[in-house]
Structure formats: structure tokens, C-alpha cells
Design a protein around this ligand. Structure first.
Ligand code: DGT
Ligand code: CA
Ligand code: CA
Ligand code: ZN
Length: 572
């Protein structure tokens, strides 16, 4: 069982407990456990298989949770999950995925109106039954209707980070298949999209049967969907489809180009080839019968006088225009980042101390880390009030006196309150190094109100950046209504920055918004929002989105050393 599968089961336990109205701290324990496992850089199975190790050595995994995870890995389930599933009808689980409904309110509708399925929920909304329930209103009803679509779509696309786990496992699986000379992922995975519909894999080999036989032994496969002469499609236990194509050396580059796509990018390419009397397909580039390119991807582009586009740019957005002008941006790389500007510690809802987080960030080659714990409005996460924050900053000062060559920034993730304004007074915020502001509450407000709240936060001189500016959660929650153009304008006018939150479920700003920020001259900050030391490893997901948005090192503020960044935000 992969870490993603384990995390999904733990989340399910949390959802079901919440549906039942269980103790919030118990629910939170499962959610934190899921997050810890999801962020773990090595497979849980590897820890369990090693007799010298214990799962409890993972920070945040206690004895109780460790036992349940061991159950999950060895049997696919655990007693608490079985009990909950026996008590709650299975179709109800879909209700829990309706954004904005949430387990608690789903339970009310289930109990009071007997709603068991998404269809019944839609009918109840359309007939106006829902708005009559206590705690619901016409607005809630309308938003449920709108969000039903997301619930129905959820699970159809897989987070890039999970696809990446599968890609690594598949590469490892093919290491002992002598028929395979090379294995490369293509498709939306290679282009770094935030989610993938399915995974496309190319194997360079002559003996297709041997490769497909070996593929069939990959342990996460639940079903073989089709097997032809050189192509095989399977479904994995987590629902993801994987398409494998076996390709000979002379067309490997052409196949890699073709199956990386995007389709829109390929359409443009085909048109350019045609205009030169050439034909291009997954086997090569042809003049008449003669193959003039195909072995190397770069050659396929070169015969059309095009550069080898980074896969992240292949969306038929601006790459051809840039190539024609010779101004293809040199995209930002993970190695360019010098620091991380959004992280939590045990002072609020993080699992590690400031010192542990700092040590881990430093080990990853960073030179600074902003500690940005929650402010008090987020009570559930143990948000800090002014006194606690000032005390935390004293501790940061003390830590910085001990550290050499690394700096912890005094920060906070201050909530933008429902009624406008910030959750902490300016005279406190002014004493920090790095203040990010974010919206957690009042997400259902009108576009005007939310936009005004965010713009006002940008105008506050204490605020350096807005964190996760649209609030979207991939597969779970749509972005709140916000006029991003107005946000970009305000940020440009006030010389503020916007975060690209690198958490694999957020990736907020997304790629398109990153490109827009660049057009407005607004610096983007790529930050992890880490809640434990492994969460600091998510910067690479953010980098992919930044690259898709065409950002260079210069466009990303935390590619600069702290003294330079500090000047940019006008701090002394
Ligand atoms: P996904 O899986 O929905 O996240 O997106 P992709 O881009 O991976 O799409 P997929 O898996 O259907 O196909 C992989 C690539 O293969 C796609 O990006 C371009 C190429 N391709 C597939 N079908 C066609 C087609 O009908 N025409 C062209 N030009 N290219 C295609
Ligand atoms: Ca695909
Ligand atoms: Ca595919
Ligand atoms: Zn945060």
C-alpha cells in the first residue's frame, strides 16, 4: 500500500468520525496522521519491513496510530474503519466530498432528510428542502448545488504528487526488466500539470511482450484494461490509469514528443511541419518516405527550427511566440530557491519545533525559513494571540543567536478577518520580518467583499504577501470568488508579493495566475506551508507550476538571499 493510499484511508476515518459528530481532537489526530504520512519522503512499507525500525520513530505518529497503519498495510483496512463503514451507508461518503457541505452538515441532511446519495442531495436542493433546514439557507443551498459538480468530478484526476510516487515506483519496478533500455513518463505528468487524468509511460525496448509481461507484475495494478501489440493500459488500486507504450529506438524521441503533448501544442507543431512539406507523428518527422528525425526529441524540434521546449511550457500558450522572438524564458529551478517563507511549528498546528524546522530547511540547502504560525482566529489550529506571537519571536531571536549561516524569520500567517482587517494589531505585526496574510473564514462571501478584504490586507504596510490567494483545494474546494486582476493591481501598486503555495493539493496561485502575476510585475513567492519537516519537501511541486507560468528566477522573490528580499519588501 502506498503512502497516498494509507493517507486516504486515514482521511476517510476522520471524515466518517466527523460525520458521526465525534470529538474534534480525535478527528484531528487522524487528519494530522494522514498529512504526516502523505508528506513522508519514504514508503511506510519500507519502515515496516525493516526489523530495526519502528513507525513511531516518525514524528507525529504515536503508538495507537502506528498500529492502525500497520493494520492498513497488512490487511488493507483497520478495525475502526470497518466499524465506521458498517454504521454509515457507503453512498454517504460521496456527500462528504461536496465542497462547502462538510461532514457535519452532511450528517444533518442525512439524519433529517434521509439523504444518502448525491442525486438525492441535488433533488433536495432543487426542491428547496435544504434551505428550510436549521443552519442552512438559500445561499448555502445554491452553493451546494454549484459544488455538486466538483464532488462528482473529484477523484477523476490524481494529484501530481501522487502520480509522481507511482512514477518512482514504476521506474524501480522496471529496473530489473532487462528488455527495457529506458523508461520515461510523458503526458500531463511530464508537463507538470497540477493533476493528471492518467499516466503515460514510454519504454524503449525491442521486445514488447517481455516489457508488458513485466508491467503486468507491478503490484499496485488492480485491473488490466487492454493489452495490444505495443500498448498496455491498466488501472491501479487507487483508481489511476496507466498507459504503457513500447517504442523502438528510432522513434523514441518522436514518441516522447508526441505523447508529452499537450494536444494543443502538437496541433501547432503539425501545422508548422505541414507548412514545410513535412509530416510529423509519433514515429518521427518525415519528408516523403524518409524519416529525418525521431530518435531524439530535440531533433524533432530542431528540424522545425524550434528549441527543445521545457515540457512545462508545451500548452500552446506563448511558447511558439517566445521561440519565434528568441525570448523563451529561462525557467526557475528548484536549486534557485534560497529560502522558504511559509511554515508552521508546534506553536500552532505544526508537528515540529522551530529549531527542528530550521535544521530541516537548512539540510535542504536553504538559508532562511519564515516561521508563520496561525493567528488566534484559527482557534482550531491553536492560533497565536499578540502576546504569544511576541514570545515566539523572542524564541526566534534566541535561536538565531545560536545559528550561523541560517536565519529564522519572525513571521506569522495572520488571518484576514470576515469583516475585513487583520487578526493582529499593526504595532505587533510591524515588529516581524515577514508577514503573510490569508483568508480562512468567510470564504462564501461575495466576490466584492472577499476582493476588498484581500486588497485591504495588501494595502496594510505590515503585510508582505498574501498566502494561497484563491483558497482552492484541488479535487475538494473551488477557489473562492475573488477578482484576481484587482489583487494583482493592488499588489503591483503596493509593491507586495503573492504566494504560490506549494502544497500538492493547493498549488495556489496556479500556473495561469503565475503568468498573470508576471505580466503585472508582481513577484511570486514559492512557499511550502509545511506543518512538519517533511512538508518542507514540497517546493518542487510549486516550482513546476511556476515554470508552467513561465516564471524565471528573477520573477520568484525567494530566489534571492534574505538581505535582498528584505530590501524588496521595504523592511529595515
Ligand atoms: P491528462 O491525462 O488528461 O492529464 O492529459 P494528457 O495530456 O496526458 O492527455 P492524454 O493522456 O490523453 O494523452 C497524452 C498525450 O498524447 C497528449 O498530451 C497528446 C497526445 N495525444 C493523445 N491523443 C491525441 C490526439 O488525438 N491528437 C494529438 N495531436 N495528440 C494526442
Ligand atoms: Ca495522461
Ligand atoms: Ca493517456
Ligand atoms: Zn499556513
Amino acid at each position: 500500500m502506498t503512502n497516498a493510499e494509507i493517507a486516504a484511508r486515514l482521511e476517510q476515518v476522520a471524515d466518517l468520525l466527523e460525520f458521526q459528530g465525534a470529538n474534534p481532537f480525535r478527528i484531528r489526530a487522524y487528519r494530522n496522521g494522514a498529512r504526516t504520512i502523505q508528506d513522508l519522503p519514504e514508503p511506510v512499507e519500507a519502515i515496516l519491513e525493516d526489523p530495526a525500525r519502528r513507525l513511531t520513530e516518525v514524528k507525529g505518529i504515536g503508538k495507537d496510530l502506528a498500529e492502525k497503519i500497520a493494520d492498513l498495510v497488512s490487511t488493507g483496512t483497520t478495525a475502526i474503519l470497518d466499524e465506521l463503514l458498517a454504521e454509515i451507508p457507503e453512498t454517504v461518503l460521496a456527500l462528504l466530498r461536496v465542497p462547502g457541505l462538510g461532514p457535519k452538515r452532511a450528517a444533518v441532511l442525512h439524519r433529517e432528510l434521509g439523504i444518502n446519495t448525491l442525486d438525492q442531495l441535488r433533488q433536495a436542493c432543487q426542491s428547496g428542502q435544504v434551505r428550510q433546514m436549521k443552519g442552512f439557507g438559500a445561499k448555502t443551498e445554491a452553493s451546494i448545488l454549484e459544488n455538486l459538480e466538483i464532488a462528482e468530478e473529484a477523484g477523476k484526476r490524481t494529484y501530481w504528487a501522487i502520480a509522481d510516487e507511482i512514477v518512482e515506483a514504476l521506474k524501480a519496478h522496471f529496473v530489473d526488466c532487462p528488455a527495457v533500455k529506458r523508461i520515461e513518463p510523458a503526458g500531463s505528468y511530464r508537463r507538470g500539470r497540477d493533476t493528471v487524468g492518467d499516466l503515460d509511460l514510454l519504454a524503449l525496448a525491442e521486445d514488447a511482450e517481455a516489457v508488458m509481461d513485466h508491467f503486468a507484475r507491478f503490484s499496485s495494478i488492480s485491473q488490466v484494461l487492454l493489452r495490444g501489440g505495443t500498448k498496455m493500459s491498466v488501472r491501479l488500486g487507487i483508481g489511476l490509469q496507466v498507459d504503457l507504450r513500447v517504442v523502438p529506438a528510432e522513434s523514441f524521441g518522436a514518441a516522447l514528443q508526441y505523447f508529452t503533448g499537450s494536444q494543443a501544442h502538437n496541433v501547432v507543431l503539425r501545422g508548422m511541419a505541414k507548412a514545410r512539406g513535412l509530416k510529423i507523428n509519433e514515429y518521427g518527422v518525415f519528408r516523403g518516405e524518409a524519416r529525418i528525425a525521431g530518435e531524439e526529441e530535440a531533433d524533432v524540434y530542431a528540424v522545425l527550427d524550434l528549441p527543445l521546449f521545457p515540457p512545462e511550457l508545451r500548452e500552446a500558450r506563448r511558447e511558439f511566440e517566445w521561440a519565434a522572438a528568441g525570448s523563451l524564458p529561462e525557467l526557475v529551478r528548484l536549486e534557485d530557491l534560497r529560502g522558504d517563507l511559509h511554515a508552521h511549528s508546534t506553536w500552532s498546528d505544526g508537528m515540529a519545533t522551530i529549531e527542528e524546522m530550521a535544521a530541516a530547511a537548512r539540510q535542504r540547502g536553504l538559508a532562511y525559513l519564515a516561521m508563520t504560525d496561525h493567528s488566534k482566529r484559527v482557534a482550531m489550529a491553536g492560533g497565536l494571540d499578540a502576546d504569544q506571537l511576541l514570545r515566539q519571536w523572542e524564541e526566534v531571536d534566541a535561536i538565531n543567536r545560536r545559528l550561523k549561516g541560517f536565519r529564522v524569520l519572525k513571521g506569522v500567517e495572520v488571518d484576514i478577518l470576515e469583516g475585513g482587517g487583520l487578526d493582529l494589531p499593526d504595532e505587533v505585526l510591524a515588529q516581524g520580518d515577514w508577514i503573510v496574510a490569508s483568508v480562512h473564514y468567510g470564504q462564501n462571501q461575495s466576490r466584492e467583499r472577499i476582493t476588498r478584504r484581500v486588497v485591504e490586507a495588501i494595502e496594510n504596510p505590515c503585510v508582505c504577501a498574501i498566502a494561497h490567494p484563491t483558497g482552492r483545494l484541488l479535487n475538494q474546494r473551488k477557489a473562492y470568488e475573488i477578482d484576481l486582476e484587482a489583487v494583482f493591481r493592488a499588489a503591483a501598486d503596493n509593491r507586495k508579493m503573492l504566494e504560490l503555495n506549494a502544497h500538492p493539493k493547493r498549488l495556489d496561485l496556479d500556473d495561469v495566475a503565475c503568468a498573470a502575476a508576471r505580466n503585472y510585475g508582481v513577484p511570486v513567492v514559492i512557499a511550502t506551508d509545511a506543518h512538519n519537516i517533511d512538508g518542507l519537501g514540497t517546493l518542487r511541486y510549486g516550482i513546476l507550476q511556476a515554470r508552467r507560468g513561465g516564471l524565471t528566477r528573477n520573477d520568484v522573490a525567494n530566489s534571492r538571499p534574505w538581505p535582498e528580499l528584505r530590501k524588496m519588501i521595504g523592511k529595515k
